[in-house]
Write a new protein. Structure first.
Length: 311
C-alpha cells in the first residue's frame, strides 16, 4: 500500500441537513460526511457533547430532520495516513464482485479485510472500493461483516438506494444466511435460538458482546448440515442482526465457532491450527432482498470442506 502522510486541522463547521439525510441517524450522517475522520473519533465527539444539533447535545442515534443544523467541532488529524489499496487487493475485490446492478454492489468479502477503517485499521473494504473505480467513489456500506468473516456484503452507490436498503433491514425483510463450523455435535432439533445480547466497548476500542438480561432480543435460526465426532457444519439465518450474534450464541450453547479468537475455544483452535486452519470458519453464504428481487450467493470457502473432512 502506498502511504501519503498528511497533517490537517479543521475549524468549526456547520452543516444544514438536506433532504438526502432526512431521517438519517446522526452518527451515520457524520460517518458519511466526514470520511477522513475515524469512526471511533466521531463517536467520541458525539459522546462528549462537542457535536450539537440545533444548539443541543444529542445521542448518536438521533434521527435528523431536513433543516437541522449540525455543529461539527474542530478536529486534528495529525499523523493521519491515507492509504491506497494495493494492486493485488484491487484485483481481488474486482474478481469478487458478484452483483452490480441498479446502484447496488454485492461483494464476496475476503477474510481478514475489515468492512471499514478505524480503531487501528487504516484501510477497510469501503475505503478500498471507493478508490478502485470512479463509479464507486460515493459507495456506502449497507451493513457490516466482522473482519474475520468472509462472504456477501452489500454496498449502495447512491444515498437514496442506501435509504431504501436500510429500510428493508429495519423492517426485517432481508434474508441473511451464514455457514459456520462449530465444535461438537450440534443437535439436529436445535433450530431457533433466542437470547438478549448486550454490547460493551472495551478500553482498547474493541467490541465485546455478552448475553445479558438488559441486552437486545436476538434470534437466529439454525440448521444442521453435516457433522462428525468433533465438528458440525451448520447453516445460520439471522432473524435479527446484532453485533457478533452468531458467534456469541453458538459459544454460549457450548458450540463455539472454529477459529474464533474472541469467543472460541483456544484448545480446539490450536489443534486445528496445526491442521492448516488460519481463519474463523464463519461465512456469509447468501443475502436476499425479496422486494428488489435480489438473491446473491457466494461460494463456500474450500477450507470449510477441508476441515470437516480432516477432523
Amino acid at each position: 500500500m502506498k502511504d501519503k502522510s498528511k497533517t490537517e486541522y479543521t475549524p468549526v463547521k456547520k452543516y444544514t441537513v438536506t433532504e438526502e439525510y432526512s431521517n438519517t441517524r446522526l452518527d451515520n450522517c457524520l460517518i458519511s460526511k466526514l470520511k477522513n475522520l475515524p469512526k471511533s473519533k466521531i463517536y467520541s465527539i458525539i459522546r462528549k457533547g462537542e457535536v450539537r444539533v440545533n444548539g443541543s447535545r444529542c445521542k448518536h442515534d438521533k434521527r435528523l430532520k431536513e433543516g437541522d443544523i449540525i455543529r461539527i467541532p474542530p478536529y486534528n488529524l495529525e499523523k493521519k495516513n491515507s492509504f491506497l489499496p494495493s494492486n493485488s487487493l484491487v484485483d481481488i475485490l474486482k474478481k469478487n464482485i458478484i452483483y452490480n446492478q441498479e446502484n447496488i454492489l454485492i461483494i464476496n468479502k475476503p477474510v481478514g479485510l475489515a468492512s471499514h477503517g478505524g480503531s487501528g485499521i487504516s484501510l477497510g473494504l469501503i475505503e478500498a472500493i471507493r478508490q478502485i473505480d470512479k463509479e464507486y467513489k460515493n459507495a456506502y456500506l449497507v451493513h457490516r461483516l466482522d473482519r474475520e468473516t468472509s462472504g456477501c456484503i452489500v454496498l449502495a452507490l447512491k444515498r437514496s438506494v442506501l435509504r431504501n436498503l436500510n429500510e428493508e433491514f429495519r423492517e426485517g425483510r432481508v434474508e441473511k444466511k451464514y455457514l459456520a463450523v462449530v465444535k461438537g455435535e450440534w443437535p439436529a432439533n436445535l433450530n431457533l435460538v433466542k437470547s438478549n445480547l448486550k454490547k460493551n466497548i472495551l478500553r482498547s476500542g474493541e467490541r465485546e458482546v455478552q448475553i445479558h438480561s438488559d441486552g437486545k432480543e436476538s434470534k437466529t435460526r439454525f440448521n444442521l448440515v453435516k457433522k462428525n465426532k468433533d465438528l458440525s457444519l451448520i447453516e445460520c439465518e439471522l432473524v435479527t442482526g446484532r453485533t457478533h450474534q452468531i458467534r456469541v450464541q453458538t459459544s454460549n450453547l457450548g458450540y463455539p465457532i472454529l477459529g474464533d479468537k474472541k469467543y472460541g475455544d483456544s484448545v480446539i483452535n490450536n489443534k486445528f491450527k496445526q491442521k492448516g486452519l488460519n481463519r474463523m470458519l464463519l461465512h456469509a453464504k447468501s443475502i436476499t432482498f425479496p422486494k428488489f428481487e435480489i438473491f446473491c450467493k457466494s461460494q463456500e470457502p474450500p477450507i470449510f470442506k477441508k476441515i470437516m473432512s480432516n477432523s
